[in-house]
Design a binder for this molecule. Sequence first.
Ligand SMILES: *[C@@H]1O[C@H](CO)[C@@H](O)[C@H](O)[C@H]1NC(C)=O
Ligand SMILES: *[C@@H]1O[C@H](CO)[C@@H](O)[C@H](O)[C@H]1NC(C)=O
Length: 332
Amino acid sequence: MFLYNLTVLYLAAVLLKQLVKKHWQEGEDSFEPPVVSDNEKDIIRKMLLLALDDPHRKICTAIGMAVASIAMYDWPELWSDLLPFLLNLINNQTNLNGVHGAMKCLVLLSADLGDNMVPTLIPALFPSLLTIVSSPQIYDSYIRTKAFSIVYSCTSMLGAMSGVYNAETSSLVVPLLKPWMEQFSSILKIPVQSENPDDWSIKMEVLKCLNQFIQNFSSLIKSEFEVVLQPLWNTFVSSLRVYELASIEGTEDSYEGRYDSDGSEISLESFVIQLFELLLTIVGNSRLGKVVAANVKELVYYTIAFLQMTEQQTPVLLYHMPSCFPVYLNKE
Ligand SMILES: *[C@@H]1O[C@H](CO)[C@@H](O)[C@H](O)[C@H]1NC(C)=O
Ligand SMILES: *[C@@H]1O[C@H](CO)[C@@H](O)[C@H](O)[C@H]1NC(C)=O
């Protein structure tokens, strides 16, 4: 691999993705002849997996995307070793590039999951994800954040299935509740950090997961909710000071309008919006809302503080001020 120029390698991976779209599967809308032969397909699939641990993140991403685009057609029927291979990669702590590549792939696969795959994927994958999120000394916060985003995708899918397959989804969710709520708690109990989008991103994924669990499975959540409540409150209260400094006073960076390498928004604002979305879900939940009702005074107090005008809104308001307060101005 090191013989080739990086740009060429990257373009090759991108090109491959195009090729898959046009020539992989006959009968697809995007198909154009000729079709790739079965033999070639086999070789391409094998080579891609071997390149997933490339040390260059951009290459790794491009390879991951190519794998995911093939998986759309071939997985699981024609590519039965894909999942075992990815699991092997994410479980190998001596090969962190491989963990990175496999996570990229799994993020893409889980975002586009069929309901037939979820029952196999969750028991196979979640124990490894749990190890990843609970080992910050080994895995960086990017990888841990992506692990939570895979959990979110899978639980959303489970949630969508829960209407029809209630008993099946419940039996998948119940064993997840305790260990994952504990992980949510251990991330949320650490106060929100200033000017640290990595911290906001991982907390934001945790809030999304929690929101999904509550929206779809609140009847299964019992004592686990109390475990997460205090840490969630810590996140809420500590985020106010950070929000004031960055968005209201404008003395710190709020990473407004910025995105990570996967196109996920990393601004403080997107984190705060997610936080309020979760609070709304909790307050609107007939059972869990009661737990919060005891502390409603504090909740309102902090919520009002969040409503202060942001630095960005100030010029707009000053501009409109004369028409807002005509009487006051006339007196002057
Ligand atoms: C883990 O990765 C290392 C380095 O790539 C490799 O030598 C080793 O065989 C891998 N272990 C397993 C169990 O796959
Ligand atoms: C699951 O949650 C989604 C919102 O994320 C909601 O639209 C859907 O109705 C819920 N389904 C069930 C069965 O609770």
